[in-house]
Design a protein around this ligand. Sequence first.
Ligand code: FES
Ligand code: CO
Length: 355
Amino acid sequence: MIERQLWHPVVAAMHLRDEPVAVTLLGQDVVLWREHGHDGHAGVVHAWADRCPHRGARLSLGRVLHHLHGARLECPYHGWQFAGDTAATQGHHGAPVPVGRCVHVPAAPTFEPPPAHCAQVFDAQEHHGLVWVRLERPDLTQVPASLAQPPGFEPWQDPLWRQLICGPYEVQTSAPRLVENFLDLSHFGFVHEGWLGARTHAQVDTGKVDEGAEGVRAHECKAWQPKGYAGAEEGGWVVYRYDVPHPFAAILRKDATEGDPVSNAIALFIRPDGDDRCTAWFAMATLGDLSDDEELRAFQDTVFAQDRPVVESQQPKRLPLGKDGPIAEVHGPADRMSSAYRRYLVRTGISLGVC
Ligand code: FES
Ligand code: CO
């Protein structure tokens, strides 16, 4: 399964603090935990299989310890302690141990656990305000180099822009269905009437769509919106750019124009929990928007609440890629981005959330 070799967002970085957090990624139960930071910096994050190698209890029910020899995760059942990055030593000899190794068995304090007494450890890193995890190292003959890292999102690093995370939104559908919804301009006038569109102005222009190994790009996409720009009294046409740099991520950008001083970039990042459920965040970056963070979040929450019942109603929950058969879907001229996205999933060899 190729998606095990890709980075996926698993939790907002700000929501991973002193307590372990349990998530499901691609059907795998994962425990996330964070070491204590120093000097105002957040500590290192860890992602392990959420299963103690001793008797299979959930490590996420345990707690994070800050021991003399570094950070450890303690199992809730028999209190075995497993080493974090800075728990570099074990037992009385002070030998270095790898991350995930059991370093203390309270019922037998002089026992030195052998290498097999180890949690299953995954790669983890922080990026764009989220923690990202991959379950396997990539085979670069199968995975494009552009997917060896989490997708780029430059406005997140720009000190002139304001950044915030919206979500998590837990959704009972597949990650590909949610990406397609994000790329779809022609639902604005119906699902988001009065907010992002109007049924009296339902026509859209899908612009120019480019497809390559690195994903899908579309520019000059136009939709009519009831407020053409922040502070506008009247509706107007808005021009967007879309970028799909990862099978389960999409970025929308709207640049400031003469009459509209606001630039926005919104990245949809999705954790594929399983074939028919996922968890999403929006990483938003904005320049020139005068509303505060809570107002921006409330707007995104409202728009998402409008999308939710419709995307959760779509059958099948997995995206049908087949051209024939009982679950084939038909396409209209405004679905060019969706068709390009489906071809990208086929090219990348994605099997999760598609049929
Ligand atoms: Fe984890 Fe026994 S099951 S310590
Ligand atoms: Co929508």
